[in-house]
Design a protein around this ligand. Structure first.
Ligand code: SF4
Length: 369
C-alpha cells in the first residue's frame, strides 16, 4: 500500500470514531435525554409523562394542552371532598381525551379546612393549603408511578391571595415535589424546574401569563379549540358565602364534625336555634328523599303528609319542644293555604302523625343560616 492509501484509511477511522464518540455523548447527556419523534417527546426509550391537576376550569385545560403540544403524555388528576366532586374534571378529561385519576381526600381535607395553616380567602376557602395538599398528593403519585412532571393550571398573580408569587412558592415548598412542579401557563416568569433544566420540556414554548386579565387565556383557548370549561372556583362550596356561614356554625358548635356532618349542610335550609339545637328542612324533592333516608340516631325526622311539603331532621333535639318548633316550620313551608298540615314524626323510637298549624315566617327566619 502506498503512503497516500495509509493516510486515507487513518483519516477515515479517526473520523468514524469521532462521530461515534460524539453520538455516545449526546445519547448519555441528561440535557439530551429525550428525543422528538412523530408521536411525542421521549426520554431515551421512554415517553415523558405529566400528571396534571385538572379541575375543569380553563387554566387547567390550557396547562394540559401546553404539555401535549410538546409531545408530553398527560394524565389528569382530580380529587373529591365534601366540598367539591370530580364531575367537572371528568367531563373535561372526556372532552380533552385524556385519562383521569380520581382520589378521595375527604377526611384529610376536612381536617385542613378546620385549621388551615395559611388562612382562608373571602369565605371558608383555604386555597393555599388546599392547593398545597393537592399538589402534594400529585407529587406522591408522581414519585410512586414514575411521572416526570407534576403540572397545575396556576397563573401568577391571577388571584391576589392564593396565586401571588409568595403563595405559589409556599405551595411548591409544602408540596414535597417542588423540583418537578411545573406551572405551564406562567413557567417563563417562574424559576426553572428540573424538567425544564433537563430538557424534558422546552421552556421557551411555555407561557408567561401573569395577572387577572383573562385575555391571554381566552386567546389560547381559541388557539387550542377549547370551548367548554367551568368558571374559576366553580363547584367549590367553600367559596359559597351561604354554605361557608353554615359550615362555620357547624365547626364552631361541633369542632369534631366529620364528613357526614358536613353532608347534612347540603340537604336544605339550615336552622340553628337559641338553645344550640340544629335542624335541616328540605328545599326540594331530592333534599326530602335524602333527609328521609337519614339514620334515626341523628335525631327526630319529620315528614309532611301533604305534597308539596318538606321533610326535616332535628339534630339531637333537647326536648319535644324542639321537635314541635320544627314541625311548625315544616307546616309553614308546606304552604297548605293556612290550614293545618299533617306531619309524620319519628322520634325516640316512636312514629306518630300530628296536625300542625303554620306560623309566621318572621318567627323563625332569624334562626335560618
Ligand atoms: S377554590 Fe376550593 S377547591 Fe379551589 S383551591 Fe380554593 S378551597 Fe380548594
Amino acid at each position: 500500500m502506498k503512503n497516500d492509501d495509509y493516510r486515507f484509511y487513518f483519516v477515515s477511522i479517526v473520523s468514524t470514531l469521532s462521530i461515534a464518540f460524539v453520538s455516545l455523548l449526546n445519547y448519555a447527556s441528561p440535557l439530551n435525554s429525550y428525543r422528538r419523534t412523530g408521536i411525542g417527546r421521549h426520554r431515551v426509550g421512554k415517553k415523558i409523562r405529566a400528571l396534571s391537576l385538572l379541575s375543569g376550569g380553563l387554566d387547567s385545560l390550557l396547562a394540559v394542552r401546553m404539555l401535549e403540544e410538546q409531545g408530553i403524555e398527560v394524565v389528569g388528576l382530580t380529587f373529591t371532598t365534601p366540598f367539591f366532586g370530580s364531575e367537572n374534571a371528568e367531563d373535561a378529561a372526556k372532552e380533552m381525551k385524556i385519562p383521569i385519576r380520581i382520589v378521595d381526600i375527604s377526611d384529610e381535607h376536612l381536617a385542613m379546612v378546620k385549621n388551615p395553616p395559611h388562612g382562608r380567602g373571602k369565605n371558608m376557602n383555604p386555597c393555599i393549603d388546599c392547593h398545597a395538599m393537592m399538589v402534594r398528593k400529585a407529587g406522591e403519585i408522581a414519585v410512586t408511578e414514575g411521572f416526570d412532571i407534576v403540572a397545575t393550571g396556576e397563573v401568577l398573580n391571577e388571584r391576589p391571595m392564593s396565586q401571588n408569587r409568595r403563595s405559589l412558592d409556599t405551595v411548591a415548598k409544602n408540596s414535597g415535589c417542588s423540583e418537578i412542579l411545573l406551572r405551564p401557563l406562567s413557567a417563563r416568569l417562574l424559576d426553572s424546574t428540573k424538567p425544564e433544566r433537563e430538557g424534558l420540556i422546552d421552556r421557551s414554548r411555555l407561557g408567561a401569563i401573569s395577572g387577572r386579565s383573562r385575555k391571554p387565556q381566552m386567546e389560547l383557548a381559541k388557539k387550542y379549540g377549547i370551548v367548554h370549561y367551568i368558571q374559576p372556583a366553580g363547584g367549590c362550596l367553600l367559596t359559597d358565602p351561604a354554605f361557608s356561614k353554615r359550615l362555620e356554625v357547624l365547626l364552631h358548635d361541633l369542632p369534631e364534625a366529620g364528613c357526614d356532618d358536613v353532608e347534612l349542610l347540603k340537604l336544605g335550609r339550615f336552622f340553628r336555634f337559641e338553645n344550640g339545637v340544629k335542624a335541616i328542612v328540605g328545599r326540594n324533592e331530592k333534599n326530602n328523599q335524602k333527609i328521609e333516608a337519614l339514620p334515626e340516631s341523628l335525631g327526630a325526622l319529620l315528614i309532611s303528609d301533604v305534597l308539596p311539603g318538606p321533610a326535616a331532621i332535628v339534630l339531637s333535639p333537647k326536648s319535644i319542644r324542639d321537635v314541635n318548633l320544627v314541625a311548625s316550620i315544616c307546616a309553614t313551608y308546606a304552604d297548605h293555604g293556612g290550614s293545618e298540615v299533617p306531619i309524620k314524626i319519628r322520634y325516640g323510637g316512636r312514629t306518630w302523625s300530628e296536625l300542625v298549624s303554620p306560623v309566621e315566617k318572621e318567627s323563625f327566619l332569624n334562626f335560618l343560616i
